[in-house]
Design a protein around this ligand. Structure first.
Ligand code: FMN
Ligand code: SAM
Length: 403
C-alpha cells in the first residue's frame, strides 16, 4: 500500500493516504484473529446517535470457515467477485432502523453504520491491511447467506486482506490499481456559513502538504546551484554584496548559492516544512542564511532589502487582490533604486501543470507600473529534475522607482 499517494489540499495523517480500495488481495495470506479483533474493536468505538451502536457485523473468514465465506462471496455482484475472491475475509455490515429502548425510528442508523465501517477500514490500514467496501451484492442473498434477521438492513460487504502487487489484480481492474486518485476540491464540498459560498483553505495548507509529501529534490522547481538567469542578472548589474531577500525560498538552493556569493541573505517561505528543509540545507552547506516563515501577501518582514529574488512565487497569484498584496509587500521592502529579480511562467507555456499566473513582458510592465521600472525582460526556461521538456519562463529585472 502507500503507492496511491493523495494529492491533498492540506496535510493529513498518513492513515488517510494509506487507506484505499484495492482490488489486489493476497489470497494466500490469512488475516490473523488479532488483526480482526483490532479492526472490529475500532468499529466498536465509533460514535453513534444516542450511543445506540446500531451496527452489526458478520465476519466470514475463508481460513476458519470456508463455507460461510463462499456463501457471502456468491452473493456479491459478479464484477465484485472477480477480485473479492482473493480477499480472505468478507465482512457483512448491517444496521437496525429502530432504537432498542423506545422502538422509535432511528433515522441515523445508516450514518452510524458508515462511521463504524470506516473506523474498521482505517484500523485495517493502520495494520497494513487492505480493505474494499462494496455495495454491489444481492441483498436477499446476503441475508440468506448470513442468517441476518429481517429487521436488520444489509449495508455493505467489506473485503479485507493483505494487499498484493497491482499486477495481481484481475485484468479489467489492473490499471485502476496504479491510477492516480482524485477527489472533488474542498471548495466544492465545503461551504462557508451558507450554501453556495465555497469554503477555501488557506494557501499555506496546499504548500505545506506539498513539501511534507515530496522530498525537496523531487519537486519540479528544485534547482541545485544558482539559477543561470539570476546569476547573469547579478553580474550584469554588478551586484555582489548587500541585503538580499530570497522570497518563497522553497528548498533553499537559491538562498544557499546567494549566501555563497557574499550576499547577506534572508530567505522566507509560507511553508514551515520548506523553511525547515532549506535551513538544514544551508547548515549542511555552511551557508549563513536567516530563514523566516512568512506570507508575502501578509508579510511580517520590515527591513529594507537591496535585492529581492523571486524564482517562481509571483506566478502563484492570479487573483488581482493577491497580486496587489504581493506588490504592496515588495514596494515596502525595496528601497528606491533597489532591484527585484523575477522569474515566472511565460504566457506561452500551455502545460496544464503549473501555476495559474503566466505572463509576458507587457503584462509585467503593466502589473508593476506602480512603483517599478521594467529594466529587462527576456524569454527563458524553468529546468528542474523532472522537466524533460523545460518549461517556458520569463525573467525580468525590475527596479524600484522613487514614490
Ligand atoms: C457504500 C460503498 C459501496 C461501494 N461499492 C463498491 C462496489 O460494489 N464495488 C467496488 O469495486 N467498489 C465499491 N466501493 C468502493 C468505492 O468505489 C471507492 O471507495 C471509491 O471509488 C473511492 O476510492 P478509495 O476508497 O480508493 O478512496 C464502494 C464504496 C462504498 C463506501
Ligand atoms: C515554485 S516554488 C519556488 C521555490 C524556490 N523559489 C525555488 O526556486 O526553488 C514557489 C514557492 O513559493 C512559496 N509560496 C507560495 N505562496 C507564498 C506566499 N504567499 N508567501 C511566501 N511564500 C509563498 C511556496 O511555498 C514555494 O516554496
Amino acid at each position: 500500500m502507500g503507492q496511491q499517494r493523495l494529492n491533498v489540499q492540506a496535510p493529513v495523517a498518513c492513515l488517510f493516504a494509506e487507506r484505499w480500495s484495492t482490488r489486489a488481495f493476497d489470497a494466500e495470506k490469512p488475516v490473523t484473529a488479532e488483526q480482526l479483533a483490532a479492526c472490529l474493536e475500532a468499529a466498536r468505538w465509533a460514535p453513534s446517535c444516542f450511543g445506540e451502536e446500531p451496527w452489526r457485523f458478520v465476519v466470514a473468514d475463508r481460513f476458519s470457515d470456508e463455507g460461510a465465506w463462499q456463501r457471502v462471496l456468491d452473493a456479491l455482484a459478479e464484477k465484485n467477485q472477480l477480485w473479492a475472491q482473493n480477499a480472505p475475509v468478507l465482512i457483512v455490515t448491517a444496521c437496525v432502523p429502530t432504537f432498542a429502548d423506545s422502538g422509535q425510528p432511528n433515522r441515523w442508523c445508516e450514518y452510524d453504520a458508515g462511521q463504524a465501517a470506516i473506523s474498521l477500514c482505517l484500523q485495517a490500514a493502520e495494520l497494513g491491511l487492505a480493505s474494499h467496501q462494496m455495495g454491489g451484492f444481492d441483498v436477499d442473498a446476503v441475508r440468506e447467506a448470513t442468517g441476518l434477521p429481517g429487521d436488520w438492513r444489509v449495508m455493505s460487504v467489506i473485503a479485507l486482506g493483505h494487499p498484493a502487487t497491482p499486477e495481481t489484480a484481475p485484468e479489467p481492474f489492473r490499471d485502476m490499481e496504479t491510477a492516480p486518485r482524485s477527489r472533488k476540491p474542498v471548495e466544492e464540498i465545503a461551504h462557508a456559513g451558507r450554501w453556495g459560498k465555497p469554503w477555501r483553505p488557506p494557501a499555506a495548507c496546499g504548500w505545506e502538504a506539498r513539501y511534507r509529501e515530496t522530498a525537496a529534490e523531487q519537486l519540479p522547481w528544485f534547482h541545485e546551484g544558482l539559477d543561470a538567469d539570476i546569476a547573469r542578472a547579478l553580474d550584469d548589474l554588478g551586484l555582489a554584496t548587500g541585503r538580499l531577500l530570497d522570497l518563497g525560498c522553497g528548498p533553499g538552493t537559491q538562498a544557499v548559492a546567494l549566501a555563497g556569493r557574499g550576499f547577506t541573505v534572508t530567505a522566507s517561505d509560507i511553508s514551515e516544512t520548506a523553511v525547515a528543509s532549506a535551513r538544514a540545507r544551508a547548515e549542511k552547506a555552511g551557508a549563513n542564511v536567516r530563514f523566516v516563515v512568512d506570507d508575502v501577501l501578509d508579510s511580517g518582514l520590515d527591513e529594507p532589502f537591496d535585492i529581492i529574488v523571486d524564482r517562481g512565487v509571483f506566478h502563484c497569484f492570479a487573483e488581482p487582490e493577491a497580486q496587489a498584496a504581493y506588490l504592496a509587500t515588495i514596494r515596502r521592502l525595496l528601497a528606491p533604486g533597489s532591484y527585484l529579480l523575477l522569474k515566472c511562467f511565460h504566457k506561452d507555456e500551455t502545460s496544464e501543470m503549473g501555476p495559474p499566473g503566466r505572463y509576458d513582458a507587457d503584462d509585467i510592465r503593466r502589473l508593476f507600473a506602480d512603483g517599478f521600472i521594467l529594466v529587462t525582460a527576456r524569454d527563458s526556461q524553468f529546468a528542474g529534475p523532472q522537466n524533460d521538456t523545460p518549461l517556458k519562463a520569463l525573467f525580468c529585472i525590475l527596479q524600484r522607482s522613487p514614490d
